[in-house]
Design a protein around this ligand. Structure first.
Ligand SMILES: Cc1cc2nc3c(=O)[nH]c(=O)nc-3n(C[C@H](O)[C@H](O)[C@H](O)COP(=O)(O)OP(=O)(O)OC[C@H]3O[C@@H](n4cnc5c(N)ncnc54)[C@H](O)[C@@H]3O)c2cc1C
Length: 338
């Protein structure tokens, strides 16, 4: 196992922030990590688990050891009447796996096409898009406890999945390295095209002939039309979560802003699109120095050049303040700020 030293993390985060890590390891097998986990070098250093770096904003150098998940492999491990069970190693590219699942007719993940990042990170914030969350298809998450080097299995209930949330983002944050995820995918398709723009994009397709590939292609097209490609302009996707407020607060806002989009999410709560709040606060497409919000999607913060993490973080705080001053709602970052 090669230990790299003092390396730039710029190629390893999609916002393109140039910070350095003291030590950096490409983790290719879980066995080598287990062996390393009792070494003083390992226990004595602060650790950061890194996938594709598409949900991280670095604000400073990382004085410790970066464990980059580079474990590879996709395997159909069993099947029953209705499902395929597919085991995927953490370092696999998420979108690459989705495309493979479509090709193999392992159904369910098509709406999650083109989300950047690795398979190992997908359960962390329970990635979701176009009406589907990865939690719906997770059978088991296999993880190594960093402190003990022990391997543990979490079923879906133990992962405590929620909206862009899981136990790995809360009480177990940074404590486990997910090295493998087992997915439970459908044999008989149950397509979800409830999201209006997706439905509209698929209107031309004969519903009898609708396939996962059609849905994936449509999702890719929609995403490409409204989200910036990190290869072209640095960003980490939606910077903030869509706030969930009490029904009464939502209704009061609706009286003032009748055009405010909103979604009932049960238990007397309402979800409001953060993009709308940012846009109404006058910040869509705004820019300060090397950072700004994307012109086509206010929820995405972009790096116009050589932005620093501090600059981006301070811009994010300004967005939070302005939205709070305007609507009395405090936005919460979806991105991990380090
Ligand atoms: C253009 C763009 C569009 C996006 N669209 C969406 C979207 O539609 N829906 C959505 O949900 N997200 C979206 N995202 C966010 C991002 O793609 C996801 O959060 C993705 O799962 C992050 O994967 P990653 O491998 O890059 O994780 P990283 O950014 O490397 O890590 C994210 C967090 O997970 C931890 N982590 C990573 N891997 C592991 C592991 N194996 N074990 C334990 N901890 C780990 C890290 O320490 C960090 O805290 C988007 C991002 C971009 C740039």
């Amino acid at each position: 196992m090669e230990i790299l030293q003092n390396i730039s993390l710029k190629p390893y985060n999609t916002f393109g922030i140039d910070v350095r890590a003291t030590f950096f390891i490409n983790v290719k097998t879980i066995e080598e990590l287990q062996l390393l986990s009792s070494e003083p070098f390992f226990t004595g250093n602060k650790k950061l688990i890194l996938g594709g770096g598409s949900n991280i904003l670095f604000t400073k150098d990382f004085h410790g050891l970066v464990l980059k998940t580079a474990l590879k492999g996709i395997e159909l491990i069993r099947e029953d009447t209705n499902h395929y069970y597919v085991s995927v190693k953490a370092g696999e590219d998420w979108h690459g796996f989705v495309l493979k699942s479509i090709q193999q007719q392992w159904q369910g993940l098509e709406n999650l096409s083109l989300i950047p990042g690795t398979v190992g990170a997908a359960p962390i914030q329970n990635i979701g898009a176009y009406g589907v969350e990865v939690a719906d298809y997770i059978e088991e998450v296999k993880a190594l406890e960093i402190k003990s080097g022990e391997l543990q299995s979490f079923n879906a209930a133990a992962c405590k999945f929620g909206y862009r949330n899981s136990i790995f983002k809360q009480e177990l944050k940074g404590k486990y390295l997910i090295y493998e995820v087992v997915f439970r995918l459908n044999k008989i398709p149950k397509y979800n095209i409830t999201y209006a723009p997706l439905k509209a994009a698929l209107q031309e397709i004969d519903q009898e002939k609708l396939s996962a590939k059609h849905i994936s292609d449509a999702v890719i097209k929609i995403r490409q039309s409204k989200l910036p490609d990190p290869e072209v302009i640095g960003n980490c996707g939606s910077f903030f979560k869509n706030p969930i407020v009490e029904e009464a607060i939502g209704q009061a806002l609706l009286e003032k802003y009748p055009q405010m989009p909103n979604y009932a999410v049960g238990q007397g709560a309402m979800k409001i699109p953060a993009a709308w709040l940012i846009e109404q606060a006058g910040l869509k497409g705004s820019r300060e120095g090397q950072v700004g919000t994307y012109q086509k999607q206010a929820l995405v913060m972009v790096n116009h050049g050589n932005a620093t993490g501090k600059e981006a973080h301070s811009f994010a705080k300004k967005i939070i303040t302005k939205v709070n001053d305007t609507f009395g709602i405090t936005l919460e970052p979806e991105v991990n700020i380090l």
